[in-house]
Ligand binder design. Structure first.
Ligand code: G4P
Ligand code: NA
Ligand code: NA
Length: 193
């Protein structure tokens, strides 16, 4: 097991409905030392890529993305979520459907902060169905930029997002891939990487 898998086994809580609660270290209270280890691991995995900017989406991707950005010594931009569909011409936008929350959101990034010279590493905390990621990929392509890679903390390997994104040809690196989990005994099984 790697450092993140160990942390998940130690502090993660498996909830009914295939939900993994990791709010003691990832998306409520945040273990910044762990985030730094994650950033250093992403630096290794994307060492050959000319990354000049990190992109994430609010809310819980932001903390990780900031520390990753510090490791890469590049700026970080987060896409904002909005219920409104009244989008002015100053932003790139994509519609993102959340299966977990059963709603649709727009995600927006100001045109000021993405451009054709950008080589982007997308960072997020969870990958489930991949809708949020597909929205971010769409926004980078609207800007004429390049997605150099995607770094995820926890991928739910039994949902479709990872497969879809890898089939599109992106380098997707998830630090922990959960193959299965069981709320009755709290066990988590990881994919061998
Ligand atoms: P998708 O983006 O991959 O399609 O995911 P989905 O719609 O299924 O997930 C909706 C939200 O629930 C996402 O956060 C995602 O990070 C989160 N999520 C999915 N599975 C789990 C899980 O097992 N545990 C936890 N803790 N979160 C999970 P969000 O609502 O888009 O953003 P945020 O405001 O929480 O950052
Ligand atoms: Na989340
Ligand atoms: Na997220």
């Amino acid at each position: 097991m790697n450092f993140l898998e160990e942390k998940i086994v130690k502090e993660g809580v498996v909830k009914k409905g295939n939900i993994l609660k990791v709010d003691s270290f990832l998306n409520h209270q945040m273990d910044v030392k762990l985030f730094r280890q994650m950033g250093e691991e992403f630096k290794k995995r994307f060492a050959d890529k000319p990354i000049n900017k990190i992109l994430t989406v609010e809310a819980s991707g932001i903390g990780i993305a900031c520390i990753v950005a510090e490791c890469f010594d590049v700026p970080v931009v987060f896409a904002k979520k909005s219920k409104s569909v009244n989008i002015d011409g100053e932003v790139y936008n994509a519609e993102v459907e959340s299966f977990t929350h059963k709603c649709k959101n727009q995600v927006l990034v100001s045109k000021k902060f993405l451009n054709p010279e950008d080589h982007i590493l997308i960072i997020d905390d969870f990958l489930a169905n991949g809708c949020a990621l597909q929205g971010l990929i769409s926004i980078v392509s609207q800007a004429g930029g390049t997605v150099e890679g995607i770094g995820i903390a926890i991928e739910k390997g039994f949902q479709q997002g990872g497969k879809i994104i890898r089939n599109l040809g992106f380098q997707l690196e998830s630090l922990a891939i959960v193959e299965s989990m069981d709320a009755s005994d709290g066990s988590v099984v990881f994919r061998e990487q």
